[in-house]
Design a protein around this ligand. Structure first.
Ligand code: MTE
Length: 316
């Protein structure tokens, strides 16, 4: 497997100056149009789109494996966000205008320096572009140019204590503003997710604040969401309001809902089927046919060592 190239991880100032350069060359609009036409049309999925801002060109038209990025329209109109609706193609419409500013993320638990981060505090982290595959447990996938920063940088600021073994994340709980919460009362809201501390500290694990060079839209988890690219997409919790360092393994919303179907680790694994469907192949949004699922979603070289000695078919 190819390593992630440094050129795919672009600091914001480089990214923005590149953008200014493209603008001055008059090619910004052209390359955005080219991207939209790059064989990543939503035709195969019949994604109905809500008009959004014009996407900005990322540093590359492909991921490090050479696969094309999904279009801005696909990424922002085919979503899982059960707090709004379980219908992927209606999330964008229902989440449109959802207020995500002002916002606070409280970081606490077993830390030396608990801190409440405002949006301005989050904006102080150096923003990088990360082009990652997102593989949903439902066996569809996309390639997404996220903007964000390593979670490890935020955790370093709060200083986890020696007893901290896991990180627990919580989404905003807003039954009045998010219609899916009342419509799906059998889920244990708010949406909770967790990582082992070493997974949370891994450089691939980011807090994303944008995509395609723009702030995240509400349907993708504005203003800040987790992205853990080697795990099934449900680990990548949206619209985070709390992060706690804890001693015990957190129970996620999905573990509470169906423990035999959704485990804590949820590493992408073509050899361990979901009880109701195969995980051997996946449907890349915008493509016809299916492609093989990659172990750890193609990030095996970077993360396999985290699970040395573990039986991943049992610890799913
Ligand atoms: N976070 C919250 N709060 N609620 C959700 O329903 N869905 C998860 C994850 N994060 C979800 C969530 C699932 S199943 C997936 S596949 C990804 O978000 C989808 O992210 P995307 O809509 O940005 O592609």
């Amino acid at each position: 497997m190819k390593k992630i190239l440094p050129s795919e991880i672009t600091p914001e100032h480089v990214y923005l100056s590149r953008r200014e350069f493209l603008k001055s060359m008059g090619v910004l609009g052209a390359s955005a149009a080219l991207l939209a036409a790059c064989g990543v049309s939503p035709a195969a999925e019949n994604v109905t789109t809500v008009a959004g801002p014009t996407p900005l060109p990322p540093s590359s038209n492909t991921d490090e494996l050479g696969d094309p990025l999904n279009s801005y329209a696909e990424i922002t109109n085919y979503n899982n966000y059960y707090e709004f609706t379980v219908d992927k193609e209606r999330v964008a419409k229902l989440a449109e205008g959802y207020p995500t500013s002002p916002w606070e993320v409280k970081v606490g638990g077993l830390v030396n320096n608990p801190k409440t981060y405002s949006l301005d505090d989050l904006r102080k982290f150096e923003i990088e572009e990360r082009i990652y595959r997102l593989r949903c447990v439902e066996a569809w996938s996309m390639v997404i140019p996220w903007m964000g920063f390593p979670l490890s940088k935020l955790l370093a600021e709060v200083e986890p204590k020696a007893g901290a073994k896991y990180v627990r994340f919580e989404t905003i709980y807003d039954p009045e503003g998010m219609p899916g919460i009342k419509k799906n009362p059998w889920y244990q809201w708010p949406y909770i997710e967790g990582l082992r501390l070493d997974e949370a500290m891994h450089d691939l694990t980011i807090l994303a604040t944008g995509l395609y060079g723009k702030d995240l839209p509400p349907q993708n988890g504005a203003p800040v969401r987790l992205v853990v690219p080697w795990k099934y997409g449900f680990k990548s919790i949206k619209s985070i309001v709390r992060i706690d360092l804890v001693e015990e393994m957190p129970t996620s919303l999905w573990m509470a809902a169906a423990p035999n179907e959704y485990g804590f680790y949820a590493n992408v694994n073509p050899n361990v089927d979901h009880p109701r469907w195969s995980q051997a192949t996946e449907r890349r949004i915008g493509e016809l046919g299916r492609r093989p699922t990659l172990m750890f979603n193609g990030y095996e070289d970077e993360v396999a060592h985290l699970y040395a000695g573990m039986d991943l078919s049992v610890n799913f």
